[in-house]
Design a protein around this ligand. Sequence first.
Ligand code: FES
Length: 150
Amino acid sequence: MELDTIDRIIDEYDGEDGILIQVLQDVQAEYNWLPKEALERVCERLGIPLTQAYSVASFYKAFSLVPRGRHIANVCMGTACHVRGAPRILEKVEDVLGIKACETTQDRRFSLERVNCLGCCALGPVMVIDGEAHGKLAVSGVEGILDGYE
Ligand code: FES
């Protein structure tokens, strides 16, 4: 891990106070997760205990303490999507990627999550990849969609 990268991120805040969350967001944007070495460096530079960084990182769902894929696929399992076949969509995604929900592929290409309602129920069943919604999904279309993400 390049600790210079962490230093550069922190330096951009120019000694401001109360920047822990912003710094963690930037580190997460850089690596897609929060590696331990990065957290140690952040805490050393900000003069705060490591436990503080861990408690913030575990509190916010946007942060990940385990490696994540380059792409994040969220399959909606909310009621509206569920009745329109979401379980079969999830099964197909798991099958194509070779992982279960909450896991990341070996090559770090995808992380797979199940979520409860993405707020676009009329499009169900829905899967959102990197913020892009794919609606009215059919099992037969899943593989083609995933193939679109290198
Ligand atoms: S239940 Fe799936 S988007 Fe609302």
